[in-house]
Ligand binder design. Structure first.
Ligand code: ZN
Ligand code: FE
Length: 254
């Protein structure tokens, strides 16, 4: 039985994700704010059982204590970050897998934005929860890790099945698009996506999640190897890591 995915806008521009099975058992990925998550659970008649945390930043964990049924929740997060996450009932590391709502979840270390940031992949449902690692048309800012670390992290996700839905943590896509077109101006798929984003946002819609295939075709941070991008940013003969490093620095200054 397929799982149901619901995207919940929280705070100014965060997303939380609920997934549920056909008997209304639900799991949450990140807890930016309790009220909209509790409201969604109540409206659908779902019972929250499990919370997956991607990283320790306040805008991903602050809502945890206010969640309905808090005392009986299983809370899963990175072992490497256990010292600065809310109290976990289960800690996980890269390469671990566990069962959630009857499906396998695989854990990736995607450090870069923070050290200890993890992503959760559910192969059967083709869902990937990336928070502030791989984002729609972008990647998270490097608060703790190096560009090389983020490049390695994104490279792990880039090889997953292209139909995978990338569920990232923020609605930053329009701003990411403004930067992306400056470094990849000849990319027709990107131009089309930018038009789609403009239309979606004008109607108040979400640009998250998006397929990995679309990210591979348009996200400059997955395309640091692309000869046109390298030439545009003035590094025609550079390594992919150097190209990525420059892209990240250019975005920070954009
Ligand atoms: Zn963050
Ligand atoms: Fe965040």
């Amino acid at each position: 039985m397929p799982l149901t995915l619901v995207t919940i806008p929280c705070l100014d521009d965060n997303y939380a994700f609920l997934i549920a099975n056909d008997v209304g058992e639900a799991a949450l990925v990140d807890a930016p704010e309790a009220a909209p998550i509790n409201a969604e659970l109540a409206a659908r008649g779902w019972t929250l059982k499990t919370v997956l945390l991607t990283h320790h930043h306040w805008d991903h964990v602050e809502g945890l204590d206010g969640l309905t049924g808090r005392d009986s929740l299983t809370v899963i997060g990175a072992k490497a970050d256990a010292h600065r996450l809310p109290l976990l009932t289960q800690d996980v590391s890269e390469g671990d897998s566990f069962t959630l709502l009857g499906e396998e979840v695989r854990v990736f270390d995607v450090s870069g934005h923070t050290l200890g940031h993890i992503a959760f992949h559910m192969p059967a449902s083709e869902l990937l929860f990336t928070a502030d690692s791989l984002m729609a048309l972008g990647c998270g800012r490097l608060f703790e890790g190096t560009p090389a670390q983020m490049h390695t992290s994104l490279s792990k996700l880039a090889v997953l099945p292209p139909e995978t839905l990338v569920c990232s943590g923020h609605e930053y896509t329009a701003a990411n698009a403004r930067f992306a077109v400056t470094v990849d101006p000849q990319n027709a798929a990107l131009a089309q996506r930018v038009a789609d984003i403009t239309e979606t946002r004008a109607k108040g819609g979400f640009t998250v999640p998006a397929t990995l295939a679309l990210e591979l075709a348009t996200n400059p941070f997955l395309r640091a190897h692309d000869p046109n991008i390298k030439a545009t940013i003035g590094l025609p003969d550079s390594s992919d890591v150097d190209s990525f490093t420059k892209l990240r620095a250019m975005k920070d200054a954009f």
